[in-house]
Structures are given as C-alpha cells and as structure tokens.
Design a protein around this ligand. Structure first.
Ligand code: GAR
Length: 191
C-alpha cells in the first residue's frame, strides 16, 4: 500500500475528491491531511472522512525538522499538494525525492510563482486577455511552481468570464483529473 499525505491550506475541494477516489483503493490510501491553517475547510473534510490531520507551524516546518518524524510515523510514502500555499523545505524534498507533486490552476510556466494562487491566477489570465487557461500537475522542487510537468489540460476562456467563473471551470477540471493523475504517478513511480 502506498500511503499519501495531502497538504492543503484552504477549502479542500481537491482533497475531498482525492480522499473519495482512494477510499477502498487496492494500492493507494490517503493516510494524512496536513495543513498550515487551523481554519482551513480541508481539516473538517478530513475529520468527516476519518482521515488523521496534522496542523503545522512555520518555524518548525522551515527551520526545524519539517515534521519528518510525524510523516515517518504515519508511514507516508508520497505527498500531494492540493492548494498548499507554503514552499516545500529542502529537508522534505530530500526525504521524498520524486515523490511530491502539486496542482496549479493555470498552464505553467505561465502564471506561476510566489503569490500566484487561487483567484489571483485567474485575474491575471483575464487581465492578459488569454483565450485559454487550464491546469498543471507537476513535480515539486525548491522553487514555486517550477518542477517537471506531468499533466496539463485546457479550457476556453470566454469574454464573459470573471475570476470566479474561471475558478469554477478550473476546479471542475482539477476534480476530474487530479485523482487519476495521482494514481498514475504513484503506480509508475520507482519504488
Ligand atoms: C486549487 O485550484 C489549486 O489548483 C490551487 O488552489 C486551489 C485549491 O482549491 N493551488 C494554487 O493556486 C497553488 N499555487 P481547493 O482547496 O478547493 O482544493
């Protein structure tokens, strides 16, 4: 069994889909939900689904042991970032080589980097007059939104779109693809 931890800072709609998809899965289990935000909706989603949660704080994450003892005692093999807004510290990247992936609500390398999350991304896409946007799943490295791209899919941006309607379309696309992409990456990865 490959045990996944989902890291999320917000509402957790992707986390909810991932938890649901892997419930009763033969080879993959969501074993932990990690959040930096005590008010994050994702924590109640996890609690309702009986998935253990871990609340982390900045100092220990970035300048301490990056919570490796907890991740190891939960026997986590693979990490999925689903709306997680902090950078991943080097200690965690070293402990999980090629085993941390992120989803970004735009077509990277466009509209990535520090501060580019949620509605800000969609507002930037609209301000640039782009005719399409999409989602990117990629490996995580020491820079924001930078690692090798695993999967992308696109949607059309209409003249009537607002950041909110774009967010809705993008969320639908994420929910449709992310669990399956995680399943493929985990199954194909070298043990
Ligand atoms: C998702 O759209 C995800 O792509 C985005 O945050 C949203 C979280 O939604 N991530 C980023 O912007 C990372 N730079 P959710 O909490 O409902 O899953």
């Amino acid at each position: 069994m490959t045990r996944i931890a989902i890291f999320a800072s917000g509402a957790g709609s992707n986390a909810a889909r991932i938890i649901q998809y892997f419930r009763n899965h033969e080879t993959i289990a969501v074993a932990l939900v990690v959040s930096n935000n005590p008010g994050a909706g994702v924590l109640s989603i996890a609690a309702n689904a009986s998935v253990p949660t871990l609340l982390i704080e900045k100092e220990r994450f970035f300048r301490g042991d990056a919570y490796l003892p907890e991740l190891q005692s939960s026997r986590i093999d693979f990490i999925v970032l689903a709306g997680f807004l902090w950078k991943i510290p080097q200690a965690l990247l070293n402990a999980y080589p090629n085993s941390i992936i992120n989803i970004h609500p735009a077509l990277l390398p466009n509209y990535g980097g520090k501060g580019m999350y949620g509605l800000r991304v969609h507002a930037a896409v609209l301000a640039a007059g782009d005719k399409e946007s999409g989602i990117t799943v990629h490996y995580v490295d020491e820079h924001y939104d930078n690692g090798d791209i695993i999967f992308q899919d696109r949607i059309t941006v209409d003249g009537t779109d607002t950041p909110d309607t774009l967010a809705e379309k993008i969320h639908r696309l994420e929910h449709q693809h992310f669990p399956r992409v995680i399943e493929q990456v985990v199954s194909l990865r070298k043990q």
